[in-house]
Design a protein around this ligand. Structure first.
Ligand SMILES: Nc1ncnc2c1ncn2[C@@H]1O[C@H](COP(=O)(O)OP(=O)(O)O)[C@@H](O)[C@H]1O
Ligand SMILES: [Mg+2]
Length: 435
């Protein structure tokens, strides 16, 4: 772990020593922070499985490709980076020239952006003299640079394609996995693909052919005791005495309850610290943690929906608002669609078709934000889907309304007022006419 350029690691300098009563090394709570080997909890089997697939490069042999699936916060990115960097070191000490390239496909979401990032990252660690243009050239030119840099400077490269489902097409997988066989480069290329969506597997199987030979690994959510250990390994993020007895247990219990998501667990801890600091308190109390859990859940939903379209957010908001203003826990696609139409009007968006909305809901079910169950009568009536939220609808409303293009949607308070008004009138919901 390195010191932050902004000086958050201020332990050594007396000028800043008293500055933060709560945090000592806050960077330990950043999502991108890669803990040391002995601080990675409960993922030994997964680490070994990834190493088994890619490990051949250490001996200058061809690696397997691997796809890792699992919900958010199950350690996929962490384990991939950790194993890849160990493989690189082991390869280098065997005299195998090896590099690792990490691509976050939620940012580099087109083939051009992803290949550009691979080319520029590879160039950075070599004396490659040609310029890799940042704009004005196409995917093919980036591939050319990649092949040339590999041939000149590397025996092998490991490419981590994180959030691979955000890529607009899967051509890059075909190009990279066939490169050696097609005579484009002599170097071995190992790919670690990562997706939060298990269903991406099916769409991948449809889109690529057998030349992308790969193994699949599935990461499972953590249980409360694993989450406790993950957090306990980071307690030196805080000043001594700030975390009272039971604080970690409570954070873990809250995070384990629904998702087993390590990111959320750590986020609760961080938000609780922020709250304590803002209140001028010297210790983190249960109340801070309870409050922080809400903020962390809203952060989590915002992040989950950040890659989706505006209609995904409108769909979620519609379901949440139905649950808040209505008396049921779950609603049919048709009911959500009716509400969604009204919300599109309010927010100034053209609505998609009912089938389009159904796809958005399905997507949210993949991400684990909603749960859809088939129900319904006999053959004559046909079955239909009922959608319910996995999380508190209030958190959905808050998370969606953080998107400034949707602030015309009723706020949580407006919705709650509507509910009261409707209970009084006991009439049909009508949005838009209400103040
Ligand atoms: N087994 C673990 N031990 C320690 N920290 C972990 C572990 N798994 C996840 N984390 C931490 O939790 C956060 C989320 O993990 P990450 O690998 O980004 O999950 P994913 O990629 O599956 O969404 C990161 O801050 C990571 O360092
Ligand atoms: Mg990740």
């Amino acid at each position: 772990m390195t010191e932050q350029p902004d000086g958050t690691d201020s332990v050594g300098d007396p000028l800043f020593a008293d500055q933060d009563p709560i945090f000592a090394r806050k960077e330990l709570l950043h999502v991108g922070h890669v803990p040391e080997k002995n601080r990675i909890v409960g993922r030994d089997t997964e680490i070994e499985s990834v190493a088994d697939e890619i490990g051949a490069i250490v001996r200058d042999d061809p690696p397997n490709n691997v796809m890792i699936y699992g919900k958010t916060g199950t350690g996929k990115s962490l384990v991939s980076r950790h194993v890849a960097s160990r493989a690189k070191n082991a390869a280098q000490s065997n005299g195998v020239r090896c590099d690792v390239v990490y691509v976050d496909c939620s940012e580099a979401d087109t083939e051009t952006r992803a290949t550009r990032q691979i080319a520029t990252t590879l160039k950075r660690s070599t004396p490659y003299e040609q310029k890799v243009p940042l704009r004005g050239v196409g995917t093919m030119e980036y591939y050319q640079h990649i092949w040339r840099i590999l041939d000149l400077h590397f025996d092998a490269v490991l490419i981590i394609l994180d959030e691979i489902d955000k890529l607009t097409n899967s051509n890059i997988l075909m190009q990279l996995s066939r490169a050696k066989e097609a005579g484009k480069t002599e170097s071995f290329i190992g790919i670690i693909g990562i997706s939060n969506k298990i269903q991406y597997k099916d769409s991948l199987d449809e889109r690529i052919d057998s030349s992308f030979g790969h193994r699949e690994l599935f990461f499972h959510p953590y249980d409360a005791s694993q989450l406790q250990e993950i957090m306990r390994n980071r307690t030196d993020a805080f000043q001594p005495g700030v975390l009272g007895a039971g604080a970690i247990e409570l954070c873990a219990a809250l995070a384990a309850k629904k998702h087993g998501d390590a990111r959320k667990a750590i986020d609760i801890l961080k938000e609780a610290g922020e709250l304590a600091r803002r209140n001028g308190d010297r210790t983190i109390t249960d109340e801070h943690i309870q409050q922080a859990q809400k903020v962390a859940e809203i952060n989590r939903i915002e992040e989950l929906t950040s890659g989706g379209t505006i209609h995904a957010k409108l769909a979620l908001y519609s379901l949440a608002s139905l649950i808040i203003t209505g008396s049921k826990e779950s609603y049919s696609t048709r009911e959500v669609y009716d509400r969604y139409g009204k919300m599109c009007d309010l927010a100034g968006y053209e609505s998609v078709t009912e089938n389009g909305l159904y796809k958005q809901l399905k997507e949210q079910a993949f991400l684990g934000v909603i749960e859809s169950t088939k129900t319904g009568g006999g053959r004559s009536q046909g079955s239909y889907l009922l959608h319910r939220l996995v999380t508190d609808p209030k958190h959905i409303v808050k998370a969606v309304r953080r998107d400034t293009s949707l602030d015309a949607l009723p706020s949580l308070e407006d919705l709650q007022d509507l509910t009261i008004a409707h209970q009084e009138q006991s009439s049909q919901t009508t949005f838009g006419s209400n103040q």
